[in-house]
Design a protein around this ligand. Structure first.
Ligand code: SAH
Ligand code: SF4
Ligand code: F3S
Length: 441
């Protein structure tokens, strides 16, 4: 390794959108001449791209930034930057600066694109560069992300969220909905397919409101236009808010083989009282109706979801309603969360915060149910052949891996030449969310 070579290391927390933001950060750092390095101890610049969706996401970041104190003392020329959703919260940048005075740069979500300038500003300057932009800027169309997840590529189609679910911090740290121009999204998709990417995932906090966020076409129209690009590839999207899920979207999924028959549709709760308090703008019956519409057009569609337990005021009966809804829909998998109070949100001021032991008991019961549904879905695969897009090699298992159209992870023996290609595997065994199989012609 030559001395002149400079390296970056990025630590990412939170959602897929943040993962993609880290790819944008990587793009900027590579333009500055840095190359990626796995060993954080050898990096010349370390960027923490943080999340604040739940308290434990923040605690992770605090712990990891704290661990760099010694390293920074030994290597004063190392630059440490902390950005993303956490510092974007009001007053949080100061908290971070006080707690970690050795951090060189603090920036938020709205000025992520200026990280390059901040790095230059920091060179030869002792004082930390702390820059938070309160208001969101216009959407950026000229990002040059350094994608790190071939054969999958993430494409941001819209930023921000207008929904203000009462528990959620995202609208406060990501600003209002802003959609990109469809022609730019389509051009990006076309160029990625041309580069050999096999799976494109369109990202937004609520992709269904592409048009109301200022987009020039509806979301299903955008999906259709991208699906019309020549070549074999898969198209996914996330996340959809149930209130905006439309029959037109169900028809687009049904009509375009490239759009995967799988949707992430976070329901959060099965209790109408709690859904109302969450400001979700649908009832459990509305949700079930949407699922019926979806399955009318796409009978085999896999539905995954997000669930929160322990929202303020949640009674045992409310929780039973959630369990009942989960069974009724038969989710193929679900992310389950214990409600985490976020300062500044409406729910933080609500009475009836739930004791930790109650939430813990509820989440354990919920996880058990979700796991049993997951196992049921996986068991149906045994003996079947399914098409997997090979994503890479799993060191731990010593097997290659990839997902099928419905999002199930399959593991099999192979070689590096398979990465990025569609492989048929016959499933011999189902193991929770994982399918174990062997390649067949
Ligand atoms: N925009 C997406 C997801 C946003 S965050 C959507 O609306 O679906 C991902 C998930 O985190 C949410 O669906 C929700 O289940 C969970 N979540 C958000 N805020 C939370 C909080 N304060 N406590 C616990 N879980 C939360
Ligand atoms: Fe948060 Fe609700 Fe917006 Fe999703 S839709 S990001 S849960 S406010
Ligand atoms: Fe977290 Fe920000 Fe995503 S709070 S979940 S990284 S939008």
């Amino acid at each position: 390794m030559s001395n002149a070579e400079r390296h970056y290391h990025i630590v990412t927390y939170g959602c897929q959108m943040n993962v993609h933001d880290s790819e944008r950060i990587a793009g900027m750092l590579s333009e500055l001449g840095y190359t990626q390095i796995d060993d954080i101890g050898l990096a010349d610049i370390v960027v923490f791209n943080t999340c604040c969706i739940r308290e434990n996401a923040e605690n992770h970041a605090y712990g990891n930034i704290g661990m760099l104190k010694k390293l920074k003392a030994a290597r004063r020329d190392m630059i440490i930057a902390v950005g993303g959703c956490m510092p974007q919260q009001i007053g949080k940048a100061d908290v971070l600066h006080k707690k970690f005075p050795y951090v060189d740069i603090i920036f938020g979500t709205h000025n992520l694109g200026k990280l390059k300038d901040y790095i230059e500003l920091k060179q030869g300057r002792k004082k930390a560069v702390i820059e938070i932009q309160e208001r969101e800027g216009a959407v950026t169309e000229d990002d040059r992300p350094l994608r790190t997840s071939y054969p999958n590529a993430w494409i941001n189609i819209m930023y921000g969220c207008n929904n203000f679910c009462s528990y959620c911090i995202v609208p406060y740290v990501r600003g209002r909905e802003r959609s990109r121009r469809s022609e730019n999204v389509i051009a990006e998709a076309r160029s990625l397919v041309g580069e050999g990417y096999k799976e494109l995932t369109l990202l937004g906090q609520n992709v269904n409101s592409f048009a109301s966020g200022g987009g020039d076409v509806t979301f299903p129209e955008l999906l259709r236009a991208i699906a019309a690009i020549d070549g074999k590839f898969r198209l996914r999207f996330m996340t959809s808010h149930p209130k905006d899920f439309s029959e037109e979207l169900a028809r687009a999924i049904a009509g375009e083989p490239k759009i995967c028959n799988c949707i992430h549709l976070p329901v959060q709760s099965g209790s109408d009282r709690i859904l109302k308090a969450m400001n979700r703008k649908y009832t459990s019956a509305d949700y079930l109706r949407k699922i019926d519409i979806l399955r009318k057009y796409v009978p085999d569609c896999a539905v995954t979801t997000d669930l929160i337990v322990g929202f303020p005021g949640e009674t045992d009966e409310d929780f039973r309603d959630t369990l009942a809804l989960v069974k009724k829909v038969g989710f193929s998998s679900a992310f389950t969360f214990v409600y985490s109070k976020r300062e500044g949100t409406a729910a933080a001021k609500m009475p009836g915060q739930i004791p930790e032991e109650v939430s813990k008991a509820r989440i354990m019961e919920l996880v058990e149910l979700v796991n049993s549904l997951t196992r049921e879905h996986s068991a149906k695969y045994v003996g079947r052949t399914c098409e997997i897009l090979c994503e890479g090699y799993d060191e731990k298992r010593g097997l290659y891996l990839g997902r099928d159209e419905y999002g199930r992870m399959g593991y099999f023996k192979g070689d590096d030449s398979l990465i990025g290609s569609f492989v048929n595997i016959r499933v011999n065994e189902a193991n929770g969310v994982s399918l174990m199989g062997e390649t067949v012609k």
